[in-house]
Design a binder for this molecule. Sequence first.
Ligand SMILES: NC(=O)c1ccc[n+]([C@@H]2O[C@H](COP(=O)([O-])OP(=O)(O)OC[C@H]3O[C@@H](n4cnc5c(N)ncnc54)[C@H](OP(=O)(O)O)[C@@H]3O)[C@@H](O)[C@H]2O)c1
Length: 225
Amino acid sequence: MRPTALITGASRGLGAAIARELAPTHDLLLGARRPESLEPMLAELPGAVGLPADLTDHGAVAAAVAGIESLDVLVHNAGVAELGPIAETPAEAWRRSFESNVVAVAELTRLLLPALRAANGHVVLINSGAGLRANAGWGAYAASKFALRAFGDALRLEEPALRVTSIHPGRIDTDMQRDIIGTEGGAYDPDEFLKASSVAGAVRGAIETPRDAHPTEIILRPIAR
Ligand SMILES: NC(=O)c1ccc[n+]([C@@H]2O[C@H](COP(=O)([O-])OP(=O)(O)OC[C@H]3O[C@@H](n4cnc5c(N)ncnc54)[C@H](OP(=O)(O)O)[C@@H]3O)[C@@H](O)[C@H]2O)c1
């Protein structure tokens, strides 16, 4: 029987690349906010099943995952990046960052723990370089990604049957990065950034690491040019 992987934020960007990477070997459950945004990936990957839900709507998420009894891989990829200096970041923006990047991850994991335990599953947390270092203008995003790392560290200790990997990529060529460069100013050159497919390859590498080894953290930077 093929293993099953649930990937959040799989409609585009890195999540879509992870879905493409795992499709040859895994049965896929793909998340995104709305059913329409999942249509292209479901058409591209026949057999994949859509689980549309806003991850910050905990009732909708509970309903979407209610039937899952065994889960080999859970990739928490969905996330938001709201940038700006602390002086211009109101409480609501901090809440949005933490709701999407931390609370939604904790709740989805909690709901799926019985299914993950049943499969000795692997939880992959798509973090960021910002989860290791906070730069000016990245306060709310970096704080949420530091919190995500702490969540992963605690989960790893509490659930010895599971493996938990935090992946910390630098800038990736996706819609999110286009928005960030739009905010920062300057030309968008995709060649300056990691390819989403390369980061997806690291996810596969983590999952395929033999079970005697626990890949706890993977850091990827774009190659210096
Ligand atoms: N891009 C980078 O440079 C970079 C670098 C390091 C780490 N990361 C991390 O990599 C992950 C993916 O980033 P990306 O660049 O691929 O982002 P993206 O292009 O903005 O795509 C975000 C994905 O997350 C989904 N999503 C966002 N909020 C959601 C919510 N509340 N409920 C359900 N789905 C939600 C979106 O679904 P819809 O299509 O339905 O909106 C979309 O599929 C994020 O965790 C990000 O922090 C990105």
